[in-house]
Ligand binder design. Structure first.
Ligand code: ZN
Ligand code: ZN
Length: 211
């Protein structure tokens, strides 16, 4: 009986292998960001790097008590409709005065023109000052970057810092894995608050002019 069964078993196994090869030859599956609105298909056999650069990669709402995740475009709509009073609306190329309380870790900034969300991230380095940097809520692979200026003044001293936004698909938690700027403690207000003039440029040329 056993000998009689063996050939059948092998036959079935070969048949299954054959089927898999056939299917794999022409496998095209939806992009993994389909649920966030991407309509691209990805050929798994050819090293298709679409998913690495897909603009529908999910981004997380930066507010700590909200679990919303969607494409950066949908997140912009979500933020302006659900959290309109939790961030600050700004216009590109125009300075905006902001104040972050001593215990505040970030402030969400939303561009009036296109709804793009940015985060002004703040950290503390003991005995030195506050780390500051602006990230754009977008897939890390996104190539678009924005120049920005931060100005901090105290008495007759003032500090002007300039950098380029990094793309990050949510809120940066803990110590930033990217470059940051530093505002020494002596520039903080009497209650330890950080007062800044923030200007985000949507044109590289304008940013250069502003030096
Ligand atoms: Zn995609
Ligand atoms: Zn939210």
């Amino acid at each position: 009986m056993e000998e009689a069964n063996e050939p059948n078993f092998l036959k079935t196994k070969n048949l299954v292998c054959g089927n898999i090869e056939l299917v794999v030859d022409s496998v095209k599956t939806p992009c993994r960001n389909k649920e966030y609105g991407c309509t691209e298909t990805v050929d798994r056999l050819r090293n298709n790097d679409h998913e690495e650069t897909c603009s529908y990669q999910p981004c997380a709402c930066p507010l700590t008590n909200c679990n919303f995740i969607d494409s950066s475009e949908q997140l912009s709509l979500h933020f302006s409709s659900k959290h309109w009073d939790s961030g600050r609306v700004f216009r590109y190329n125009i300075p905006l005065s902001v104040s972050l309380a001593m215990d505040a870790q970030f402030l969400v900034l939303q561009a009036e023109e296109d709804g793009i969300l940015f985060i002004l991230n703040k950290g503390v380095v003991e005995t030195v000052g506050n780390t500051v940097m602006i990230t754009c809520i977008a897939p890390s692979s996104s190539k678009e970057k924005f120049l920005y200026d931060l100005v901090s003044g105290r008495g007759i001293s003032s500090l002007r810092l300039k950098s380029m936004t990094e793309n990050f698909p949510g809120r940066v938690e803990g110590f930033p894995p990217m470059d940051f700027l530093l505002v020494p403690f002596r520039f903080l207000g009497p209650s330890g608050e950080l007062n800044l003039e923030v200007c985000i440029w949507n044109s590289t040329e304008l940013g250069e002019d502003c030096q």
